[in-house]
Structure formats: C-alpha cells, structure tokens
Design a protein around this ligand. Structure first.
Ligand code: NDP
Length: 267
C-alpha cells in the first residue's frame, strides 16, 4: 500500500522538490501552500494551508484523512527567513518568524498526531537548518527559530515513541531556492552602527544560497530516511564544510570557533 505524505510549503523550493520526488517514487503526496496555484500542472495535489491558521490546518488535515484514511508521513517544511541586526529587528517581525518557523510547525504537528496515534504509526520530519546549530551574525533570529525546532524535535521523539511514531530533524545547509526573496530583511539603515557589516554579511549570505546545492539532493535524502526502520534523530544535509562547521563547534574552544565565524564573514 502506498504511503500517504503531507508536505507543508510545497509550492516552491525544498518542499516542492520533496513532494515531486516522493510522488514520482509512488507515494501519495499532498503538498500545501497559502495560495495554491491550481493552474500549474503538478505530480501531487496542492491544498491550501497556512501554518499560522489552525482552522486551515484542521481543514487540510481532515481533507487528507477523508481522501486517504490516513497520514503516514508529515514533512514540516514550511518556513521563512529573517535577517538583520538583532538590535534593529522589529519585535513584531521576530514574533512573525517564530509564528511560522516554530509555532506554525507545532500547530501542524499537534493536528496530525491524534491520527498517527490512532494508526499507531507515523513519521514526522521537521526541516530545521544548519543555521540552527550556530548563532550566525545578522541571522540570529532565524538561527534561534531553527534551533528551537531541533531541540523540540528531540523531546517530541521521546514522547511519541511509545505510540510507534518516529520524529526526525533534518537540517539543510544552503540550497538554491527562493528563500531569500521571501525573507524579512531588516532594512539597512543609513545611519546604523551595523550598516557596513550587515550589508557585507547579507551579500555573502545571498551568494552562499545561490551557490547552494540542488534541492534534489535533499529530496533523495528524505526518501532514504523514509526507508529506514530506525532513522536517527538528526540529519545534516549540505556541503561538507557546512556540515563540518557543526563538528568544529563541538570540538573547538568557544573563542577559537568565534574567530573562525568572524573570519568567515570578514567581520
Ligand atoms: P521557499 O521560500 O522556496 O519555500 C518556503 C515554503 O514555505 C513555500 O512553499 C511557502 O508556501 C511556505 N510557507 C511560508 N510561510 C508559510 C506559512 N505561514 N504557512 C504555510 N506555508 C508557508 O524556501 P525553501 O524551500 O528554501 O525553504 C523550505 C524550508 O527549508 C524552510 O523551512 C527553510 O527555513 C528551510 N531551509 C532552507 C535552506 C535553504 O538554503 N534554502 C537552508 C536551511 C533551511 P506559500 O508561500 O505558497 O504559502
């Protein structure tokens, strides 16, 4: 029997590629978007869902259950970027980012768990970020929201194992997507004390996304995680240096690691 997958944020980028790849592999895939463009031909069905709107979440999940009778795999992929000096980032934008990246992911998870508990099986894959392992300059809020996802994933995994539900955290490095276009960018203020550094880091950040990996790489890894009987709790997917940066953080003294980050961003 084909497994039923729900992928949030499947209108573009990583989510779209995962949904496409899994449907090509024979899974029954439902993707979501806040504004599904139904005129585009896709290999999977795109349904409306905003992770910050519990009514829409309930409607979307009920729809999938009505159509298929089950949800085997939830891929919590919907998310957005935010950049800026922490001092100058408006609190409402910080909250809005957490509303999507963290609380939104929890909203969808809470809505799917009763069905998975009823089935006595399920797999939840949370898309965090390598940026969640490191407090990156001018991306501190994004790093914090993704770090929250990774840590929460560990706890959730321990809580739902008893129901036959597996929970996995997948942290991507840079992948070529539209994420930069959808980010909230704190404006580079003319008289800001951070102007030069922020501008420099922002350009480097965008160059690194543009030089990132193809989204097919992550779609293939997600597919291989789904096949595993006992998946690990954490996967990091990205260029070797990005993955290695997490190892370095673990083994190097804090002062030395901070120097490496400052050098990397030429700060
Ligand atoms: P995209 O901007 O291409 O895709 C983001 C997706 O999230 C879109 O499909 C969008 O759908 C959806 N989305 C945004 N806000 C909401 C919301 N409130 N409710 C429901 N859906 C929403 O970016 P990526 O593909 O790059 O990002 C996918 C995930 O991967 C994110 O969680 C991101 O943080 C993470 N990531 C990406 C990296 C990269 O280098 N690209 C690196 C590390 C992590 P729509 O607008 O149609 O509603």
């Amino acid at each position: 029997m084909s497994k039923v997958v729900l992928v949030t944020g499947a209108s573009s980028g990583i989510g779209e590629k995962i949904a496409e790849y899994l449907s090509e592999k024979g899974f029954i895939v439902y993707g979501t978007s806040r504004n599904p463009n139904l005129s585009l031909e896709r290999t999977f069905e795109l349904i409306p869902l905003d992770v910050t709107n519990n009514k829409l979440i309930e409607k979307a999940i009920n729809y999938v259950i009505e159509m298929e009778g089950r949800i085997d795999i939830l891929i919590n992929n919907a998310g957005k970027g935010i950049t800026g000096p922490i001092e100058e980032t408006p609190l409402e934008e910080i909250k809005a980012n957490f509303d999507t990246n963290f609380y939104g992911l929890i909203n969808v998870t809470k809505a799917v768990l009763p069905q998975m508990r009823f089935q006595k099986s399920g797999l939840i894959i949370n898309i965090s970020s390598i940026a969640g392992y490191i407090g990156l300059p001018y991306r501190g809020i994004y790093s914090a929201s993704k770090s929250a996802v990774s840590i929460m994933t560990e706890a959730l995994s321990l809580e739902v194992k008893q129901f036959g539900i597996k929970v996995v955290d997948v942290a991507p490095g840079d992948f070529i997507t539209n994420i930069a276009a959808g980010r909230f960018h704190s404006p580079v203020l003319k008289d800001s004390a951070y102007k030069n550094d922020y501008e420099k880091v922002l350009n480097q950040m965008n160059d690194e996304v543009d030089a990132g990996l193809d989204t097919k790489v992550i779609a293939k890894v997600i597919h291989s995680i789904i096949q595993k009987k006992n998946p690990k709790i954490h996967y990091k997917i990205g260029k070797p240096m990005q993955r290695f940066s997490i190892v370095l953080k673990r083994i190097l003294p804090d002062r030395l690691y901070e120097k490496l980050i400052l050098n990397h961003y030429k700060l």
